[in-house]
Design a binder for this molecule. Structure first.
Ligand code: NDP
Ligand code: TDO
Length: 303
């Protein structure tokens, strides 16, 4: 039995990981998150409340559970909030990673950490794993520092970098592009969406599967886990509207200079996922397949 502990189990990735791993043979799953569980089912795993910024709590819980693998999905993920609340961001995205590392060191656990395309400046995408990081936001900087802590940890570690994750979700503290586009258009609200940023949108199921493949093999190093296509948020918004039969005329084109956000976004990221394909057998859905899945799940009223 491989015992896997997940942090941030109430989050977007966390919920999907619990769904994927809870009943998988050979895995004993321990889900942890801040406060009470917001997971939609309670079988197939045990749940513990764990605040990742509380060093003592992290050290004590991980020492008592003694997982073989930790998947660290918890973080402060709102880039605009990170730009304003810098101390809080650093506590979550750097110091907490150090606590998890310290706890894993005590029991020789394999640690999978989740990182982001925002460690890049977005001038040279799509990126391979060895490309040079140069963050342009505080969130990106904090996530780069989190990565650095792993590299110097002496643990057996992996980093899964991902970007613009989309998919169905409930009870989340943060939305995702498909959900906010769909909700706005359903409410008849106009939205302005940028045409001058490029991303490889990632279906949350693919990200969860990428994480599973990494921990199953205990494959070490950095892996880019995203979709394969490069799309702008505007393209994504229009495709979302079309798939759900919503009014595309509510979507206005904007540019990064007219649609300003507190944290700067890198213009062109995107990942090359060849390494993950070759080493892990990672094979993500196309955006069209991902959307088709969402539309059929909506019919079962998940969205
Ligand atoms: N979503 C995306 O597009 C991308 C995500 N990532 C990375 O992937 C990882 C997972 O992100 P995702 O699931 O999408 O984000 P979410 O914001 O949905 O999940 C993050 C989770 O972390 C939890 N959390 C925050 N602070 C604490 C704390 N002090 N103690 C315990 N838990 C805490 C949140 O809890 P609560 O729900 O209570 O707020 C939340 O459930 C993160 O590392 C993120 O940086 C990288 C690139 C893209
Ligand atoms: C809200 C909004 C966003 N956008 C654009 C900006 C951005 O490029 C894109 C997505 O915006 P969001 O605010 O949903 O996501 P954003 O914070 O840009 O997304 C990031 O999340 C963090 C956690 C990451 O690590 C990144 O990889 C990335 O996925 O849509 C608009 O054009 N119009 C809008 O009204």
């Amino acid at each position: 039995m491989k015992r896997i502990l997940i942090t941030g189990a109430n989050g977007f990735l966390g919920q999907k990981l619990v769904e994927l791993l809870a009943h998988r043979p050979g895995i004993e799953l321990v889900a942890t998150a801040r406060g009470n569980s917001r997971l939609s089912f309670s079988e197939g795993y045990t749940y513990h409340s764990m605040d990742i910024t509380d060093r003592r709590a992290v050290l004590d819980l991980i020492a008592s559970v003694r997982p073989h693998v930790v998947i660290h999905g918890a973080a402060m993920t709102d880039a605009d909030k990170c730009e304003v609340q810098k101390n809080d961001c650093w506590k979550h995205n750097v110091h907490a990673v150090e606590y998890i590392i310290e706890a894993c060191r005590g029991i020789n656990a394999f640690l999978l950490h989740i990182s982001t395309d925002f460690i890049f400046d977005g001038t040279g995408g799509p990126y391979i794993e060895t490309a040079k990081a140069n963050p342009i936001s505080f969130y990106g900087w904090s996530k780069q520092a989190g990565e650095a802590a792993l590299r110097h940890s002496g643990l057996r570690w992996a980093i899964a970098r991902t970007m613009l994750v989309y998919g169905p979700a409930s009870n989340l503290s943060r939305s995702n592009i498909i959900l906010w586009v769909k909700k706005s258009l359903e409410e008849g609200k106009k939205i302005s969406v940028v045409t001058d940023q490029w991303r490889s949108p990632t279906l949350v199921d693919d990200l969860a599967m990428g994480c599973y493949l990494i921990v199953d093999k205990e494959a070490e190093g950095v892996f880019h886990i995203s979709g394969k296509e490069m799309l702008t948020p505007y393209d994504i918004a229009v495709k979302t509207a079309t798939c759900f039969g919503l009014d595309t005329s509510l979507i206005d084109q904007a540019t990064a200079s007219t649609f300003t956000q507190r944290a700067r976004r890198p213009p062109r990221t995107g990942f090359i996922v060849e390494k993950a394909h070759a080493v892990l057998g990672y094979n993500p859905h196309t955006f069209e397949e991902g959307m088709a899945r969402l539309v059929s799940q909506t019919k079962d009223s998940i969205l």
